[in-house]
Design a protein around this ligand. Structure first.
Ligand SMILES: C/C(=C\COP(=O)(O)OP(=O)(O)O)CCC[C@H](C)CCC[C@H](C)CCCC(C)C
Ligand SMILES: O=C(O)C1=CC(=O)c2ccccc2C1=O
Length: 303
């Protein structure tokens, strides 16, 4: 049996854990929330809900994020930054080409789903917006740009998962634009960017060695942990202000139910920012903050 096949068929628990860490199932809620929130705002404003478009968009978003993650492992294998990362899909399979081709297959299927939406609407706007998201995703990690290595990933992430993806979801239902939806997209964008920011805390040593100037490399873990308080707090402060100004319905304050996760995240990082093995799970606490915050925020528009 080849080494690759041994890797894939070895069912011991450690190997299963590595595969789960490589595939990152909880991370895929990140692709779903912009579609959920954009569709919820569209429903509030227009009472339009097209289920076929909603579910096609959800599936396509998941496929596109799968491409982003698979190609991240491919491109990172070329810079050496993942050499200590056993849960990289390239390291697990030992087959970079396979992961590259699989990633591109997911991208094509995802874009086909979005193309179907554009076809049903006789309007290329949604595919245009999602192609721009994919270009930002490539600029983040792909050669020769690798803007994530310059510490610019958070900006790309905010625009891709915030204004662009949420506007695309809104437009896919209504074929119009909305200022309310743009304001809502700011909340989704910040909550998603929080996850990316948290993902750097445990990687400072490997990032430095590979020349990646992530925000945490630039700030240091201590200041990074302090900035995290403001970053996390801004989600709740902005939501409150938008409610106060009469822009968001009061029920969007339901998103504050996610505050315990946000407090847990800030405390955990404050206490462990300098211990990579302890802080490494903070990304998944941030995923919980994002999930509950965006789920309830979207629900607040429908209630
Ligand atoms: C792949 C991403 C982060 C991983 O970064 P890193 O290399 O530090 O992680 P590892 O340690 O695990 O190697 C996320 C990058 C996000 C990017 C800036 C923007 C992606 C845009 C998406 C393609 C947009 C999808 C939108 C969808 C809702 C239609
Ligand atoms: O593996 C990761 O660190 C991330 C994967 C991912 O898909 C994503 C999407 C949006 C924001 C952050 C992240 C990650 O950090």
């Amino acid at each position: 049996m080849s080494a690759n096949l041994i890797n894939i068929t070895n069912h011991n628990p450690t190997n299963r854990k590595l595969w789960m860490a490589a595939i990152k199932p909880p991370m895929y809620s990140v692709a779903m929330m912009p579609i959920w929130v954009g569709t919820a705002v569209a429903f509030t404003e227009t009472k339009i809900f097209n289920a076929a478009i909603f579910f096609t968009f959800l599936a396509a978003a998941i496929l596109i994020l799968a491409w982003e993650n698979l190609s991240n492992d491919v491109f990172d294998s070329e810079t050496g930054i993942d050499k200590n990362k056993p849960h990289s899909l390239v390291n697990l399979t030992g087959n970079k080409l396979l992961i590259f081709l699989l990633g591109n297959l997911f991208l094509c299927l995802g874009l086909l789903g979005i193309l179907a939406i554009a076809w049903w609407q006789h309007d290329p706007t949604v595919i245009g917006l999602i192609v721009v998201c994919c270009i930002l995703g490539y600029l983040y990690q792909g050669p020769p740009f690798r803007l994530g290595y310059q510490g610019l990933g958070e900006i790309l992430c905010f625009f891709a998962f915030g204004p662009l993806a949420v506007s695309a979801a809104y437009y896919s239902q209504t074929q119009t634009w909305s200022i309310l939806n743009l304001a809502a997209s700011v909340i989704v964008g910040i909550a998603t960017t929080l996850i990316l920011y948290c993902s750097h805390f445990h990687q400072v040593e490997d990032d430095l060695a590979a020349g990646k100037r992530s925000p945490i490399v630039r700030l240091g873990t201590q200041r990074g942990a302090q900035v995290l308080h403001w970053f996390t707090g801004s989600i709740y402060i902005f939501t409150f202000l938008f409610v106060l100004w009469g822009i968001f319905p009061v029920w969007t304050l339901l998103s504050w139910v996610s505050l315990p996760f946000a407090i847990k995240l800030c405390r955990h990082v404050q206490e462990n920012h300098y211990q990579p093995e302890k802080v490494s799970n903070c990304k998944f606490i941030a995923v919980a903050v994002h999930f509950w915050c965006c789920l309830l925020f979207g629900a607040g528009f429908i209630v």
